[in-house]
Design a binder for this molecule. Structure first.
Ligand code: UDP
Ligand code: MG
Length: 339
């Protein structure tokens, strides 16, 4: 008898009170035909009614669980919390705003069944993000690939991971995580699918420019030490320049010409000063990162989880019980949504 795999769908949610229920309905419509599915909605410290909505979904719908973080730790942490809570043989991470099309789930699932350990999805276009954000994102991805040697391309956080990959990710000791980069880093057989970014179902994007720049900086520092080496290269360049200038000054002095170079000295001071400041800044960012990791604080704190009740889980297998599921699911619980 073949055992039906369990699929865990992780949905990070921050201030998603308006859209989360409908998003879940759409995700369900596409995921239910595939296999047994559990839904883990992680509330990333929302201050609106998101947690209340998640609690009522967990109480009324089959195989829905809520995990509530004690404050806003960021999407990367919310995904990690979801990975820790997932029981599935295969796991999907998907946004709560339906910008990641659930209709891609069957194809992703087929790729996993065909042997892919990681199914990535790549945004075909970034038009919905606005030209400036799309342009900056492209530059950032290019820089990340050059510095870290990992191609995250136009990759999104919409991914399907085999249990083996999830266990590898969970074992990585670092606290500050860049999910896309880490999934690329762990390797395994990876497959990539394309999708078009849909408009948000409700509410607005939660990434401020500062948060995005912070994530970009963090991810590069997490995966590459090239910026630090750049400082050594720059330093060497300036040392070569200093030798050349020193030789020229000595030659002028020996030949008896006056040195009018006041402007040159000032310019050099400014250039060297700013390069030193930038260098110290780069080293400071790395030291801050080391400091964060050395403190060994957890990457997130789970304040509350909805109980694993007997309606949703088979206590002795710690898994979903299909016979109970059949009793619970029905038109009053899952409204119609097309995939
Ligand atoms: N999100 C989160 N914590 C945050 C910011 C966002 O869990 O601090 C969630 C958000 O609820 C959504 C997903 O991450 O499910 C993507 O967020 P958003 O739509 O704001 O980002 P974008 O689509 O612009 O990448
Ligand atoms: Mg979005």
């Amino acid at each position: 008898m073949t055992v039906m795999p369990i699929l865990s769908i992780i949905i990070p949610a921050y201030h998603e009170q308006e859209g989360i229920e409908e998003a879940l309905r759409h995700i369900r419509a596409c995921a239910e035909p595939l296999c047994t599915v559990e839904y883990i909605i992680v509330d990333d410290g929302s201050t609106d009614q998101t947690w209340d909505v998640i609690e009522s979904l967990a109480a009324t719908q089959d195989r829905v669980r809520g995990v509530r973080l004690s404050r806003n730790f960021g999407k990367e942490a919310a995904i990690s919390a979801g990975l820790n809570a997932a029981h599935g043989d295969v796991v999907v991470t998907i946004d709560a705003d339906l910008q990641h099309p659930p209709s891609l789930l069957p194809e992703m699932f087929s790729c996993w069944q065909a042997g892919a350990k990681v199914v990535n999805t790549v945004k075909r276009t970034r038009e919905s993000e606005g030209r400036i954000k799309a342009w900056m994102t492209q530059r950032y991805f290019g820089l990340f690939q050059r510095l870290a040697g990992i191609d995250v391309g136009n990759a999104s956080d919409y991914k399907m991971l085999d249990r083996e990959v999830v266990e590898c990710l969970k074992q990585l000791p670092e606290r500050e995580r860049f999910y896309r980069g880490l999934v690329g880093w762990v390797g395994f057989e990876q497959k990539t699918l394309m999708f078009d970014v849909a408009p948000r179902i409700a509410g607005s994007g939660k990434w401020s420019a500062t948060k995005l720049i912070g994530l970009a900086l963090d991810s590069i520092v997490s995966f590459s030490t090239v910026p630090m080496h750049l400082m050594t290269i720059l330093g060497t360049g300036f040392a070569a320049l200093a030798i050349a200038l020193g030789a020229r000054t000595t030659w002028l002095w020996l030949s008896g010409s006056a040195v009018p170079g006041f402007a040159t000295v000032i310019l050099l001071l400014i250039v060297i000063g700013s390069v030193l400041m930038i260098g110290l800044g780069i080293i400071g960012v790395y030291i801050a990162k080391i400091y964060e990791e050395v403190k060994q604080r957890p990457g997130f704190i789970v304040q509350q989880s909805t109980p694993l009740n007997s309606l949703n889980y088979d206590s002795d297998r710690d898994q979903m019980a299909p016979q109970k599921r059949a009793r619970r699911s029905g038109p009053e619980l899952v409204q119609e949504a097309s995939c």
